[in-house]
Ligand binder design. Sequence first.
Ligand code: URP
Ligand code: ZN
Ligand code: ZN
Length: 573
Amino acid sequence: MAHLRSLILLLSISLWPLPGLSQFCESGNGYCGLENVSPSKILIKGGTVVNADHQEVADVYVEDGVIVAVRPNIKVPDGVRILDAIGRLVMPGGIDPHTHLAMEFMGTETIDNFFSGQGAALAGGTTMHIDFVIPVNGSLSKGYESYLEKAKSSCMDYGFHMAITKWDDIVPKEMETMVQKGLYFPLININTFPKLELIKPSILGINSFKFFMAYKGSLMISDELLLEGLKKCKSLGALAMVHAENGDAVFEGQKRMIQLGITGPEGHALSRPPVLEGEATARAIRLASFVNAPLYVVHVMSSDAMEEIARAQKSGQNVIGEPVVSGLVLDDSVLWNPDFITAAKQVCHESPDKSKRAWKSTSSSIINWNSQGTDHCTFNSKQKSLGIDDFRKIPNGVNGIEERMHIVWDTMVESGQISATDYVRVTRAIREGSDADIIIFNPNSTFHISAHSHHSRSDTNVYEGRSGKGKVEVTIAGGRIVWENEELKVVPGSGNFISMPPFNYLYHGIQKADENYFASLKAPGCGKKTAKLKTETIRPKKPKPKKPGTCGSVTVFVFRYPWITDPNRHMYI
Ligand code: URP
Ligand code: ZN
Ligand code: ZN
């Protein structure tokens, strides 16, 4: 696997044309050449290696992008770059599961592209992110191609989710293609085990699809589409994600504000109170329950939404809520600031709930800390000014990709709410054979956030002036030292697309629940015996017309590929 990945890296460097250097490169904030790439042999000495289950003082030896050894007192030959980590924590680089780089949105494009956004991420200790492909006129394949193009300037690894913005005969077929993209291996169909049938399953691709219940007139989908999407996701083992806000009501709220003469950024918060997030979250959860599909609610902001997720989880439903950094530490009071830019820079989808204290105190149990995102979606002051006369035109989005690891550490670990091992739980483990995506973190140092020193191309930062305990001193991505001594050394084109397998852990139990459902119907011909389970591999067969008086069958997919799932990439998936 490691060799394959090295090969892909080599190919990607040699085959992809380098894009024009971004403003970020030109400003001297990052090394942008191809030579002088950091050494391939690195020994991290004397640090406390933190993994999800335990922490221990050990050395970490990295060679050719892979962690070769983790144990105390490793002896290495001369010529190995030694990094002193005494008194520091050695942790896996972070994964940000929710970003928007180079996204065309609300009449403009996010200021951070795949190079500047990823450079910022690396400076903040994040070594992989998952971005959202936005379809082009509803076409998933066109959207995918356009994002592959955008991502050519990548300097770190990335994966994709994909938005679904319309529904016709083509979209569900394209969803199949997206899940199937990537490498094909003959695998064993565990459903027919021990027959050991060799199949060519759909593996390693885009296995998560986002449905926007807001942004009326552009990205918003109907309940009918959401239901179709949930069913299709379930059939593919893909994860359905929702942006849960009642878009019709937000639209109504916006009209109301304009009628009241409220045109400033505060109109954004006033037009979308938490109840609208709560309502859409509840609706999505119930629809997912109706078709027994797992659900991932992105950027949970309000306690209304959180209560809904908590209730569903308690009832055993496979729902997770994604926390975002802005929701952890910001609240919407700044939207009333008389300075337009100060207020507008924090305009993003739902506003962080004013009752965020309640949010925070219950969050660790409800929210899936395995998927702490940022929704990094950055627009500069000029772009935010598109809405100077009308808050509805302020591009929605805030920064966070660089700040995430620091803010989460300071807010959650430093305050004692979660442990250091929780912090790295289910991100990448530091173990032999893993890809060398590592940070050296000084818990006794201090971070300071400012637009003057950050690596985003934006001229503002929603966390301006914030400082706290803990500092990422070194970032190693793919075995290369990319952040050290406050200096970035990144190479456009060196990042790789990481495809991900379907059927994440949220699918556990889904088949059993379907069986129970069929058994519970007690309709003639629909008992346990006739509720037949069948599997489908690549192309779903045309459903046969149902015979009257029978219950038909349910298509359940039971392929799981734990043996090909790189444990290092096994984030929330
Ligand atoms: O407000 C934001 N971040 N807009 C980006 C799209 C979304 O809702 O995730
Ligand atoms: Zn969203
Ligand atoms: Zn988003």
